[in-house]
Design a protein around this ligand. Structure first.
Ligand SMILES: Cc1cc2nc3c(=O)[nH]c(=O)nc-3n(C[C@H](O)[C@H](O)[C@H](O)COP(=O)(O)OP(=O)(O)OC[C@H]3O[C@@H](n4cnc5c(N)ncnc54)[C@H](O)[C@@H]3O)c2cc1C
Length: 459
């Protein structure tokens, strides 16, 4: 008999929102890639902080594992309940509770979908800058992973927009941290520890987010280059030129072709070997002045063209091709995503290294990414390899890539997190002292290790 399910059903009292083990859909037992599957005795669609607190207290008293879940779009296995227990799904705690125009803040429940939130605030003349590629993700998931995205180069990442949190601790206690205040030097910033902690320390139940006025206008520009090196090198010059781009992405021609066949859309200048795709936002005058600065950089760095995407439909098509790349690769083969980050001065060197490894190993690697912040995205393509070959070759190639990235001063993850998938590379390249401190924090906040303990670098 499934007593956890029975107990939770009595606690919550709504059979439509408490699902028993054998009735849980498979997608809730995994992440967006669906390679690794866990199990759970119960899935609960929570509606309030009070319910979350009741469930956590129940789990705490019995030492039952709990996995919080937003939209499940993570790429690193962080929502795979390998320890069984309870899945806490936040998709129905999805209300925008307040837009406070006087303090330029929004207060939202964690299950609010990013895209809905962005559209809502923009309809009010406001703007929420964090813009990770997957718009169906939730705000709670974005905070738990410190999601980045295309606009990080100008506006920063999710962390920079979280003013306050309400959380439920593993033992069920409810507390708040931070506030609508702009500044905060009031003791240790526990909120900052929770942002990016992948649900390992506590459960987020309410979020106070910083907003800014919506930029008046924006313009995207596509700059094609004869080779990848010139393209990536131009990024440094663009940033030095103080052109303040909102997004600076690089993508190779061969990768664009995958996106083209996935979407049926076409990039201009097909003779290019690589492109830099930029956006500028602000007043019309600022946008024009910044675009002109980049046009001068493009001229001086040997670009093949400077294509203003003034037609919104054309701009949308180009961004659609850029935005679909992970899905375009997935459509042709299983792939392993990598989101390591290197200092921006080392991006070109790292991508060259990727090409060398590709040539040596015969393993296809699709590289693209946020050139403005050194966040290189790779899809390591499985092709027709059988399970044993894929496992062996993938492990070897991943170690080679991560080792090189770390030698260049890089880090394991720029925005996707560690989860289960990146554990070996993170452990290998994180100092014992830092791991000790991280584990001490986990022990202090979740001494029974009931929250997301499958993310096991904290043990
Ligand atoms: C096509 C594609 C493109 C992507 N592009 C980007 C990108 O550009 N930038 C980027 O950063 N990421 C990107 N991602 C990854 C993913 O969308 C982000 O990690 C996102 O922030 C996850 O949000 P989610 O709601 O889906 O969270 P989930 O996947 O459900 O959960 C992620 C983690 O957060 C925890 N969590 C969720 N909700 C809570 C809560 N309320 N309290 C405590 N912990 C919680 C979970 O336990 C888990 O550890 C992309 C993914 C895909 C599929």
């Amino acid at each position: 008999m499934n007593t956890i399910f029975q107990d939770l059903l009595s606690l919550i009292g709504d059979p439509e929102r408490v699902i028993r083990d054998e009735e849980i859909e498979e997608s809730y037992l995994s992440d967006t890639l669906g390679r690794l599957k866990g199990k759970a005795q119960a899935l609960i669609f929570v509606l309030s902080t009070r319910e979350v607190s009741q469930v956590m207290r129940y789990a705490w008293e019995r030492g039952i594992a709990v996995t919080p879940r937003g939209a499940g779009t993570n790429l690193v296995g962080s929502t795979v309940p390998l320890k069984g227990g309870i899945i806490l799904d936040f998709s129905r705690m999805n209300h925008i509770l307040e837009i406070d125009e006087d303090t330029l803040t929004a207060t939202v429940e964690p299950g609010v979908v990013l895209q809905d939130f962005q559209q809502h605030v923009e309809s009010l003349g406001l703007f929420y800058p964090p813009d990770p590629g997957e718009k169906t993700a939730t705000i709670g998931g974005n905070i738990a992973t410190n999601a980045g995205g295309m606009r990080a180069v100008k506006y920063g990442v999710t962390r920079d927009y979280v003013r306050g949190l309400e959380v439920v601790l593993p033992d069920g206690r409810i507390t708040t941290m931070g506030s609508k205040n702009v500044k905060d030097a009031s003791g240790l910033q526990i909120r900052q520890l929770i942002i990016g902690s992948e649900g390992t320390l506590c459960v987020i139940t309410k979020c106070i987010l910083k907003l800014i006025p919506r930029p008046e206008t924006s313009l995207s520009v596509l700059v094609p280059y004869r080779d990848l090196h010139s393209a990536i090198r131009s990024v440094h010059a663009i940033i030095r030129a103080n052109a303040n781009p909102t997004a600076v992405e690089f993508v190779e021609r061969s990768v664009v072709e995958l996106g083209e066949s996935f979407t049926g859309l076409k990039f201009p200048c097909p003779e290019a070997k690589a492109y830099i795709l930029l956006t500028f936002d602000g007043t019309a005058g600022q946008v024009e002045a910044n675009a002109e600065r980049v046009r001068q950089v493009a001229d001086s760095t040997g670009s093949l063209d400077f294509i203003r995407l003034s037609d919104p439909a054309m701009a949308a098509d180009i961004w659609k091709v850029r935005g679909c790349l992970v899905k375009a690769v997935e459509a042709v083969s299983e792939q392993e995503p990598v989101d390591l980050v290197v200092p921006i001065s080392r991006s070109a060197q790292f991508v060259s290294f990727v090409h060398e490894v590709e040539a040596q190993t015969g393993m296809q690697m699709v590289a693209f990414g946020h050139a403005g912040d050194g966040n290189v995205h790779l899809c390591i393509v499985r092709g027709s390899r059988d399970d044993a070959t894929w496992e062996k070759e993938l492990s070897a190639v991943m170690h080679t890539l991560y080792d090189r990235a770390h030698e260049l001063g890089g880090l394991t993850s720029g925005e996707h997190g560690i989860g289960i998938a990146k554990r070996p590379y993170f452990l290998k390249n994180t100092s014992d002292v830092n791991l000790e401190m991280m584990r001490a924090i986990k022990d202090a906040m979740d001494p029974k290790h009931i929250l997301n303990d499958h993310i096991s670098y904290l043990k």
